[in-house]
Design a binder for this molecule. Structure first.
Ligand code: GLN
Length: 192
């Protein structure tokens, strides 16, 4: 069985641990560089990306995570997607830059503080998981304004990518760990 680490400095890491176990993985909470030893992939959860970034700096985890991401799959959700992106706006902040994405934080404004949407994923996503609408929970979500040439968009909402694959990595601007639909986690486990 594969072991997936979940960055557990801040945010909803426990919900990801439950979702990953449901999808058939072992899990380990990651708080220090040593915790990266022996895991097959890593999830960066939602939360507050500025806070997570501050804690990553304090724990000296930024470079170890960048290195880990050169050779292992990572899934970033919401704040985690912001940390995975190469370019962050509103306000600009440092990131791991593991995916060629431009994101704008809190970009739905008051219109979408928190909302559950049924979205129709791309056929590619359904082919690799199974069919059906995706229940997408958005909480102060970013908008992906640009995807790089190597990106594969697996779901869109209001015309913007909300689930993107680029090489070994995945980023979602919504919270797949908060629903019973395990397909995003299952897809991630297939990449390990
Ligand atoms: N608004 C948060 C940020 O900018 C992300 C929200 C979330 O992860 N649910 O970091």
């Amino acid at each position: 069985m594969k072991t997936v680490g979940i960055l557990a400095l801040q945010g909803d890491f426990e919900a990801h641990a439950r979702a990953l176990r449901r999808a058939g993985a072992e899990t380990r909470l990651v708080r220090k560089t040593e915790d990266l030893q022996g895991i097959d992939g890593l999830v960066i959860p939602g939360g507050e990306s500025t806070t997570i970034l501050k804690l990553l700096r304090e724990e000296k985890l930024l470079d170890p995570l960048r290195e880990f991401g050169q050779t292992h799959p990572m899934l970033g959700t919401c704040a985690g997607a912001i940390l995975m992106a190469s370019d962050v706006a509103q306000p600009a902040q440092e990131s791991l830059a593991l995916m060629d994405l431009s994101v704008e934080r809190n970009a739905y404004g008051r219109q979408l503080q928190s909302r559950v949407e049924q979205i129709q994923p791309e056929a590619e996503f359904e082919r690799r998981t199974h069919e059906g609408a995706l229940e997408a929970v958005f909480i102060r979500a970013p908008i992906i304004r640009r995807t790089g040439p190597a990106a594969r968009v697996l779901a869109r909402y209001q015309g913007s990518a909300v689930l993107v694959e680029e090489g070994r990595h995945l980023a979602a601007t919504f919270h797949p760990e908060l629903t019973q639909d395990s397909r995003v986690h299952e897809l991630f486990l297939k990449k390990l």
